[in-house]
Design a protein around this ligand. Sequence first.
Ligand code: F6P
Length: 332
Amino acid sequence: MAKIKRIGVLTSGGDAPGMNAAVRAVARTALANDIECIGIRRGWQGLINADFIQLTRENVGHLLSRGGTILYTARSQEFMTDEGRQKAVVTCKMLGLEGIVAIGGDGTFAGALELSRLGVSVVGIPATIDNDVGCTNYTIGFDSACNTAIECIDKLRDTMQSHERCSVVEVMGRNAGFLALYVGTAVGATAVLVPEHKLDFERDVIERIRASRLAGYTHFMVVVAEGAGNAFEVGSKIHDALGIQPTITVIGHIQRGGAPTGRDRETATRMGYHAVEAFAEGRGNCIIATQEGSIVEIPIEEAMNMKKHLQMDRYQIMEIMQFGSNHVNVND
Ligand code: F6P
């Protein structure tokens, strides 16, 4: 088997804290294996446009603690077309790239799968704050984003408590509630709305605020996953039902910024290492995932068909912590 000489690495889709740590790990592991590493800028669009930089030991230095991605990122419409992907293949041939490490979420991996069908070997590293990639327990960026949201909500709680108010906070997560449930549990939210749980507004929000008031509380924290509803609408329904005027906070893109946590740096480093080892040992077309605490390689076709469900027992725990009541059927 001929030894691989040169690979490319790119970040695509929404950025996530820890992407830079993954780029660093990919570049340094490649160099340690005498493999040249090219940074493709602006995701799949950069592969189409041959927008690249040479990665060296030095220029990936001081990246562990840096948020965002030095390679920039994009959501490429052109790469979704056959024509666009053919151009990307031409770039790989022109630059002599024998493999591509694609760092991102489901959308990034859908692109990687298409490229692999055109003969370019790809390895995916899951990185998205949403933690919604089916084949892996964990995606880089989730822990950092949760901690950012928790810090924001802790601050909000101080002023909500002083003014005896109700707060409705919307967090990201796209169509999944992993981030909202984790954050809601960690801040002791009065109610958490996630897309995976069919909402009964009266039971899941109004009654919970009422029960909280009856228990003696005078401030309330409602966390809404963006996929479960709009914080302004939730606030106005609370106003209609209870006559109080909630304050609305959409945390938004702040969740995607900032220095990655230790967990994200460490996971990104191990995933980056394993991605390059896969190429160095003659494998490819796989996703580097975490399962039961270990790093595993899953063939990309299989990985794309895997589903991950929100753990409804965790939803139940969140509910019990507030009132000791258990409204949710774990099979909901
Ligand atoms: O996938 C990451 C994510 O931050 C989602 O949580 C959110 O729905 C989306 O990206 C926002 O995308 P954009 O940066 O294009 O606004």
